[in-house]
Design a protein around this ligand. Sequence first.
Ligand SMILES: [Zn+2]
Length: 198
Amino acid sequence: MSKIVEEVTAANADYASGFGDKGKLAMPPRRRFAILTCMDARLDPAKFAGLAEGDAHVIRNAGGRASDDAIRSLIISYKLLGTREWFVIHHTDCGMETFTDEVMRDLLRHSLRTAELKEGKWVDLGINEGRPDGDFIDWLTISNQEESVLADVRHIRMHALVPQDIPIYGYVYNVRSGKLMEVAKATEVGRPQVVKAA
Ligand SMILES: [Zn+2]
């Protein structure tokens, strides 16, 4: 067994031993909200947003981008599991700022091995064993965090299957301080579009 598998299974045994009443939690998130954020290992939404098991949905991908699949999850989150407020949270020092579609496509055409970031430039270590399939993927890279939050909140807001009455809040998480900073423009774009009749 790999060292990581050993560590994970040991940690799980420890966790399960104190599981207690958590086995009785209902499927719908108790606090009725969802967070879309980056997969970055430094981000722990349960800690930075104060979540316990059963509280909220956390949807993660590279960049915390509003990809088709992220929107699929958000729509399920609302339509079937009752969330009523959504957060889009990108962060400082995101890996998605370190490359462009062209860079990623070139690296993959060159090889499938792990590349290295040297002096701000991605360098491929493999030789002539790559594939061109990356040309067909929009890698959803980021050049400015506030702009990417705004673009994603706007994209979710405009989606035909996203309900008009759900507020969508935009934030940037600072990996140096652990603080969430609101992107006011994004939250403004994400405000509910329908005021319910009295
Ligand atoms: Zn990131």
